[in-house]
Design a binder for this molecule. Structure first.
Ligand SMILES: Nc1ncnc2c1ncn2[C@@H]1O[C@H](COP(=O)(O)OP(=O)(O)OP(=O)(O)O)[C@@H](O)[C@H]1O
Length: 408
């Protein structure tokens, strides 16, 4: 009787897994511009580029020594990034939209239109672009110290020492950049892809938010906009991923995940770790409930940090990632919390919103063990295959339809 019930339970779980996987296959798709659509868009949209510094293709070819592989400094969804020296001797990062870019011409235009007129110490500077023939290239100020993903989270591939003071400055700098976008620029801008690989560091390790290809301009009279969901797994606010309803609070959720990464020195998801440690945000919440949040601080700091401050930063991260968007503080409030002008201890912190919880993708460890024992086959209920679905590249930007709302 017990065996029978357990068998039905396992079957039901397996069925639910199949259904959910089908949902992901149907709705979760990378936006991949085919060469054909790419060309049509190019011709239609170039006229939208106005008041922008235009570079000649030949000049950029000279600047990068014919786009020499030796000058290639990065590769993203948009295409290759080269270091180059412009005619006047200025160093630049030159991003070449590749023909099969999954991000495409729409994002090229968004990037230009969103940041061409804004300047802030914590935002990358767009010098201009090139739109000759089929070439679509963005030219930015060159930042010497790469991204947070490659340095702080790059598993020892960087010689930069991220002491506590540096981490603190990075958190405050990113918060100020976002507060500027959210609250000072008119119309407000929601970035939609705040993550470690989009935080670049200059020679003094000042952080600069980059990659505005997914950004949305947000007229002041709107409470939210319904849009196709885009962003990066691990940083996506659940309510946005599920309903496609975008507010500034989606960026604030991503910022909270980034804060956790900066303080702990690890990526938000690491499926090679023991089960309990794979998801940073979940782990933070469990430690918080046990009054041990400070255990999350990066051990490589060797205790050389203010415990009070690090603890505060972790609590701020939890405030940013709360389930109810309304409970997440605004970016200007967060800046004041980070610099210590607003007391965080008075704030009540509720459970973080986890996309996996909302979709019912997570199988509790106890349930998993029980099911494995019954079925004798742990792979059938493998947690990682539940939670990752067909999202194979955890840190790449994705554009996909939300699960229930397919409006644009
Ligand atoms: N202004 C810059 N200065 C110096 N290096 C840069 C600059 N912009 C980009 N890079 C380098 O190029 C890499 C790729 O950047 P890009 O924004 O194209 O992709 P990504 O953010 O890493 O990935 P995705 O496109 O999936 O979001 C960066 O990680 C960084 O190393």
């Amino acid at each position: 009787m017990w065996m029978g019930r357990a068998f039905i339970w396992v079957e039901a779980l397996a069925h639910r897994k199949k259904l959910l996987m089908t949902c992901f296959h149907l709705f979760f798709r990378r936006k991949r511009a085919s060469s054909a659509t790419h060309r049509v868009e190019v011709n239609e949209d170039v006229s939208e580029i106005q008041d922008t510094n235009l570079y000649g293709y030949k000049d950029l070819r000279v600047a990068t020594e014919n786009f020499s592989p030796a000058n290639k400094i990065g590769q993203g969804g948009f295409g290759s990034v080269y270091k180059g020296t412009l005619k006047d001797g200025t160093l630049a990062a030159i991003k070449v939209l590749s023909a099969d870019s999954r991000q495409g011409v729409r994002e090229f235009l968004t990037e230009i239109n969103v940041i061409k007129d804004i300047k802030h110490e914590n935002l990358v500077e767009l010098y201009g672009c090139c739109v000759e023939g089929d070439h679509r290239i963005l030219v930015y100020g060159y930042l010497e110290n790469n991204s947070l993903a490659q340095t702080l989270l790059g598993r020892g591939h960087s010689s930069i020492q991220f002491n506590w003071q540096t981490r603190r400055n990075i958190c405050i700098g990113v918060a100020k950049g976002l507060a500027f976008l959210h609250e000072e620029v008119q119309p407000h801008i929601v970035h939609r892809d705040i993550k470690a690989s989009n935080i670049l560091l200059d020679k003094d390790l000042t952080p600069k938010i980059s990659d505005f290809g997914l950004a949305k301009l947000f007229p002041a009279n709107l409470t939210h906009i319904s849009t196709r969901v885009a962003g990066t797994e691990g940083y996506l606010a659940p309510e946005y991923a599920i309903r496609g309803q975008l507010t500034r609070k989606a960026d604030i959720y991503s910022f909270g995940v980034l804060l956790l990464e900066i303080v702990s020195g690890r990526c938000n998801t690491n499926r090679r770790l023991p089960y309990e440690e794979q998801y940073l945000l979940e782990m933070a919440w469990k430690l918080y409930e046990r009054g041990k949040l400070v255990e999350l601080v990066d051990a490589s700091l060797n205790g050389d940090y203010s415990v009070e401050e690090a603890h505060r930063y972790l609590k701020i991260a939890l405030l940013c990632t709360q389930d109810m968007p309304k409970r997440r503080p605004s970016m200007s409030t967060l800046v004041n919390m980070l610099i210590g002008e607003i007391d965080v201890n008075k704030e009540e912190i509720s459970k973080p919103g986890l996309l996996s919880d909302l979709l019912g993708l997570r199988v509790d460890k106890g349930e998993k063990d029980k099911a494995s024992a019954v079925s004798g086959d742990s792979s059938k209920l493998d947690h990682s295959s539940f939670s990752s679905g067909n999202m194979t590249t955890s840190y790449a930007t994705m554009t996909f339809n939300s699960i229930f709302d397919r409006s644009n």
